[in-house]
Design a protein around this ligand. Structure first.
Ligand code: FUC
Length: 847
């Protein structure tokens, strides 16, 4: 027990430390205005490139802001009238692989850089060979209610070696200073529709503009400096990293800075295994001079300046992590140089236009209009809009609109075909040890990142998740064999870029449901896209392998247990909730936790459907059917009327716990629904009420989705209001706290599901499409275009005063379409590609 507490607390202490650091930084910044200039600490008076010491979240720009900045153009923008004082105020850009946080500094600018493959660690075999021998005893103890004896034994025998993963890390930082100590009419902004971060101000009668974007085509970040007078651009530039790297003038390029290093990790034989990495910044000026002072690049009196920022590692790619390589080919500084050389072929205007086009290919697919704000609201900066939400108790709909599009923007920027999937921070992290290693948590967080992918019309951005999932099959199969003696493949509650699949951290890590949950995603991708080739080649093999593990892992509950004779998981754990045993002790370990049963129900049901569609595997399908019929059911507590979280009706230690795991069947599963299982839906509602309306960022995002599925849009909106008031940082990053991106993605998906849901199955592998199933009153009148529904359907809707006014439904695949509006259910027989124009009563419109 002691040990368990320690392990849990180390995970939490990383987070707590970041929160502390963050509050210290914020606190000290707020305190500044009360201090006299001569009391300011050195960081405030020293130019960026002369600063030494540790890299922190906080930042100081020596410039004085005189105000007067006007709202930049663009519908969904984030904008501010001062530069960022802390990382959580900076603006993210990314091309899926390279990311940057732009602070918008005037005298002192900071652009923090990430490369999504820069992970500490290496591929290893963490499986504990003692586990399998201990498993029968762990199971016996749990069935006999000796939960904590089971925890002890499992901790001794089942935990991974090592017991955790290494962190995702920042690539480095570009810091620069300019002679501008005063800024008039300053604004910095991020236009979600163009993916451009812009800083603009006037100094000494000259207007200065800086634009930054992450180019997919050139695979570099480009920063462009212009001024409305000639010869005005001067500054000093330096690259920095907290550790394990060196910054220097580039050896063969007189106008480039280079940063290069290697992570120092070694394997047990002492072989260096760390990734190599590099960043290069190339300065191209028109007019003026470029030179070096030591490691600092200086630009004097240029007319324009363009920085090309490249970053690379020698990570071999997810498809090669299981190849057994010890040294990886690839020289990151050469990769950087090649990317920059290629980018230089394109004039800036063309590169920018290509970037905007590429971004809009995805971004423009969905438009959401929640009413035009009046001029007073329109003029509020993003920070002021958040403050307005705090004062008013709920956000202005225009903030909801921006927050929705921001989730889509962040997914486009952090997860593109061929890149790593979005981690706990997407791909933006300034630390060497970000909270929870910024890893891939598979007991909710990674999956939540991808909830908006299909419904908000970004199916391509879902693909990196499948690449990671496929990379986990081989190590996961080994873990299944070594730890459980099972076929198929398994993932526990987290993984990294190196295919870690063993139990990590503590007993909360002995949760072998990660693969089963991950396998829901390729199936959903199929449901939305109807891409049968994808189902056959990628989705079904993943689903089947995950199910094969489950079929072996399930055991029959013995006589004397409340679910005797039924199949249950054991050991089992409901992330990450603790309960009281009848003797008053606390525990986490049990058998047949409801979430396990719900995930398994989902997986086996999907496997049956997929094998029918593909007309394969009759025998396996029968086994899935037979197993489903023997699986312990979801049960309702006789004492509370809620969905039981565990097989025994334990009392939870923390009634408002952030995870609502036992409602997986309501969302993201579909076993519980208002129309098909009203009794369970009622119990789910009681469960949600008991869990309360607070929580961490992602915890709230999940509950918003659940209230949507209960068709209670107003309650969902109430929680969305809490999220925006209390758990959203100045740059609209979700705040667990600390920053964790899942809440952004979960909320974006939830805003979409207020408008369209399609999880209830109907005959012939179809789905009922529910229009405006959870429309909050606060959404008044509005419209949405481009949302997707399962079955290969695209939807545009308008509403007024809470009622549908018209709908445009594209039935890409054709066939029977079932639509629901409130209690009305209508079916249409459609031709392939047919477009239905319907009025507010679901009648064909005359057009
Ligand atoms: C889960 C959650 C924590 C945190 C972590 C990354 O374990 O319980 O709140 O979000 O993932």
């Amino acid at each position: 027990m002691k040990r368990k507490t320690f392990i849990k607390s180390t995970v939490w202490s990383a987070a707590a430390f970041s929160i502390l650091l963050f509050s210290l930084v914020v606190f000290s910044r707020e305190g500044e205005s009360h201090r006299d200039a001569d009391q300011l600490d050195t960081a405030l008076t020293v130019p960026a490139t002369a600063r030494t010491g540790d890299i922190r979240a906080g930042w100081s720009d020596r410039a004085k802001f005189l105000g007067g900045g006007q709202r930049p153009a663009g519908q969904n923008i984030l904008w501010y009238k001062q530069s960022a004082n802390v990382w959580e105020e900076a603006l993210p850009i990314g091309n899926g692989r390279l990311g940057a946080m732009v602070f918008g500094g005037v005298a002192d600018e900071r652009i923090q850089l990430n490369e999504s493959t820069l992970w500490d660690g290496y591929a290893l075999d963490p499986n504990n060979p003692e586990a399998l021998g201990a498993l029968p005893e762990v199971r016996r103890l749990l069935f006999e209610d000796k939960n904590n004896e089971a925890v002890k034994l499992a901790e001794q025998t089942m935990m991974g070696r090592p017991k955790g993963v290494k962190p995702y890390q920042s690539l480095g930082e570009l810091w620069f200073d300019t002679p501008h100590l005063v800024a008039e009419a300053y604004t910095r902004s991020l236009d979600l529709a163009t993916g451009m971060a812009t800083t603009r101000y006037k100094h000494g009668g000259t207007w200065y503009t800086r634009e930054a974007f992450a180019s997919v085509g050139s695979d570099v970040i480009i920063v462009r400096f212009t001024a409305d007078q000639r010869g005005k651009i001067s500054g000093s530039f330096a690259l920095r990293r907290q550790q394990d790297a060196e910054a220097m003038p580039h050896a063969t390029d007189a106008t480039s800075l280079l940063l290069k290093g290697r992570l120092p990790v070694k394997d047990k034989d002492g072989n260096p295994r760390g990734l190599r990495f590099a960043a290069q910044v190339k300065a191209v000026a028109s007019g003026g001079k470029i030179g070096f002072r030591g490691n600092i690049l200086s630009v004097e009196d240029a007319d324009t300046l363009t920085l090309y920022i490249a970053g690379a590692t020698n990570y071999p790619g997810l498809q090669h992590i299981n190849d057994g390589m010890i040294e990886f080919p690839g020289v990151p500084e050469e990769t950087c140089a090649a990317a920059i050389a290629a980018a230089l072929h394109q004039p800036y205007a063309i590169a920018k236009a290509a970037h905007v086009r590429e971004h809009q290919r995805y971004y423009s697919r969905v438009q959401l209009e929640l009413g035009t704000p009046d001029e007073e609201i329109r003029q509020l900066t993003t920070a002021e809009l958040l403050e307005h939400a705090r004062q008013a108790g709920q956000p202005h709909p225009s903030l909801v609109e921006t927050f929705f599009q921001y989730g889509r923007y962040l997914l486009i920027a952090s997860s593109r075909p061929g890149t790593m999937p979005a981690n706990l921070q997407g791909l933006w992290a300034w630390q060497m040890n970000p909270p929870w290693n910024a890893d891939y948590h598979t007991n909710i967080n990674l999956q939540m990142n991808y909830w908006p992918a299909e419904i908000t019309n970004l199916p391509e951005m879902h693909l990196p998740l499948f690449d990671l999932t496929e990379a986990l099959v081989k190590p996961g199969a080994r873990t299944a064999k070594v730890i459980y003696g099972a076929d198929g493949w398994v993932v526990h509650h987290l993984t990294d870029a190196w295919g870690f699949t063993a139990p990590a951290d503590g007993p909360q890590g002995i949760w072998p449901m990660g693969a089963a949950w991950l396998a829901q995603h390729p199936w959903e991708h199929y449901c939305y896209t109807q891409d049968t080739a994808f189902l056959r080649q990628r989705a079904y093999p993943l689903m089947k392998g995950a199910a094969e593990f489950i079929l072996d892992f399930l055991v029959e509950a013995p006589v004397g247990t409340p679910v005797a004779g039924k199949l249950v998981t054991n050991p089992s754990y409901s992330p990450e909730n603790e309960f009281f045993l009848p003797n008053g002790e606390r525990s986490v370990f049990t058998y047949g936790a409801t979430m396990d049963l719900e995930i398994i129900h989902d997986l086996l049901t999907n496997c049956i459907a997929a094998s029918e569609i593909l007309e394969v595997d009759n025998g396996f399908r029968d086994t899935c059917r037979n197993t489903l019929s023997r699986l312990a059911p979801i049960r309702i507590s006789k004492t509370t009327g809620r969905v039981m979280e565990w097989a025994e009706d334990y009392k939870e230690v923390e009634p408002h716990h952030r995870h609502t795991s036992h409602l997986f069947a309501l969302h993201p599963g579909n076993q519980i629904s208002v129309t098909e299982t009203p009794e369970l839906a009622e119990a789910a509602k009681k469960t949600l009420i008991a869990r309360g309306d607070g929580g961490t960022g992602w915890g709230l995002a999940w509950k918003i989705n659940m209230w949507n599925r209960l068709h209670d849009g107003d309650h969902a909106y109430q929680l969305l209001s809490v999220l925006l008031r209390e758990k959203t940082l100045p740059n609209l990053f979700d705040n667990h706290p600390p920053f964790q991106i899942d809440g952004n993605f979960g909320a974006t998906a939830a805003i979409a599901e207020m408008l369209v849901q399609s999880h209830v199955p109907v005959e012939n592998q179809g789905f009922e499409i529910q229009l405006l199933p959870a429309l909050p009153l606060a959404f008044g009148s509005g419209s949405v275009k481009g949302l997707r529904a399962r079955g290969g359907v695209e939807i545009a809707l308008s509403w007024s005063g809470g009622k549908l006014t018209d709908a445009r439904i594209v039935a890409e695949k054709g066939g029977r379409l079932t639509l629901r509006l409130g209690n009305q259910r209508v079916t249409f027989d459609t031709k392939k590609g047919e477009v239905l124009h319907l009025d507010g009563n679901l009648k064909h419109q005359q057009i």
